[in-house]
Design a protein around this ligand. Sequence first.
Ligand code: AHR
Length: 501
Amino acid sequence: MKVTAAIHRQFEIARIDDRLYAAFIEHMGRAIYSGIYEPGHPEADEMGFRRDVMKFVKDLKIPAIRYPGGNFVSAYDWKDGIGPKEDRPVRLDLAWRSKETNQVGINEFAYWAKEAEIEMMLAINLGSKGLQDAREFVEYVNHPSGSFWSDLRRSHGVEDPYNVKMWCLGNEMDGPWQIGHKEAHEYGRLADECAKALRQLTPGAEMIVCGSSNDQMRTYPEWEREVLEECYENVHYISLHKYFGNSSKDTLNFFGKIEETGRYIQAIGGVIDYVKAKNRAKNDVHICFDEWNVWYHIREDDTRRWKTWDWPEAPDLLEEDYNFEDALFVGGLLNEFIRRSDRVKIACIAQLVNVIAPIRAEKGGPAWRQTIYWPYQMASLHGRGTALRVAVDAPTYDCEVGSDISYMDIAATHDAAAGTVTVFALNRHLSDSAELDMALTGFGDTRVVMHKVMEGHDLAATNGPDRPDAIAPVDGSGVGVEDGALKGRLAPLSYHVIKLQ
Ligand code: AHR
């Protein structure tokens, strides 16, 4: 198929916030325990954190990480996780019907995040707890000294405050499954009061209010309107969540969910604009897409399992094996986030290790990178700077979730300081190569300095401990700049990152 496209140096969408490539990790399954933390493992450091997992994490250059939940946070008491480890209580985690040993709490996690060079984004419990508990948590974490909670932190060996800037006001409070679920107006009021109080403690902190748990919720998008009407002036982001699947084994429809996500972002953008006008507000609210990923391979089976199991400690839970099709999807979804970077400032892959995650680690055994690790890493490493508008003319298809969907999905970024343009291209056609002809205007003379490609695998192929790098990007060929245009052939079902300088 013929694909013509064009980018222009001055046709910009927005400056990309680095936090578009953030992540999320929850006290859930083996994400923390025997995921990032496993004292006694041959790779454990002196604090018990796994160095092999840390290496894979660091290679992603993750700017920020949301912690500790998720559904977990809505019945979590952060005070159980501070002080001497031997005195910490074992609690029942109501979200995942598991035992929480509290051997990792805020100070251990902060140590890990610092080692990983990632900024923390902390969630407060607005389910079983409320404003008072939240203000104590923020005081413990962020106040320098001379108050009860800050001095308690210092007595725990942490002299300097963490100065955490990003605070999530609860998690998925619209969801009936959430411990302490609320109606929109009551949650909006509570979020407003919490945002005001917490910003007293940390002026300049950014508040993230819960939007809908996904775009299929009965209350969507009324939830966003009602919540924002209560708290618009005191918050900075509204969160969106969405997980994806292909249970019907319809690849093109699966890939169409990339566009569906764009419509979700657009709709919430409209709600934000509406409330801003209605409230006569001066500030802007952006989107924090703080949970996204493919999640379906073992979702139903595992949900049946955990709902009835007998409170195990750090059980195997939702350890999805990602395949090549999922990697292509993730590449396209990240393209959508780049294209929507005027609205979406933060996005968190959910989650990071073991539970629905790009990194897996066997208890006592090796760690490996799943297929989806690679598009996430390439976007994080190369998708910084300014997002450019891309005009694309390519054949289209219709499917259940959308119509007129282009077979060719392209995003582009410009890093003026480095003098580079990066093109992210997904050919989602099942059988046809794309003959790409993409005009490049205003960038001067350029040439291809890097071309990475993921192609040629069975859609169902996966990585695993016995074949850790079976699916990984390789150097591409056959693409170059000619007469001011990027030209070349992109194979069917392939994802490319092409850097020009
Ligand atoms: O990431 C797994 C769960 O998905 C999170 O705990 C929750 O917020 C969402 O429903």
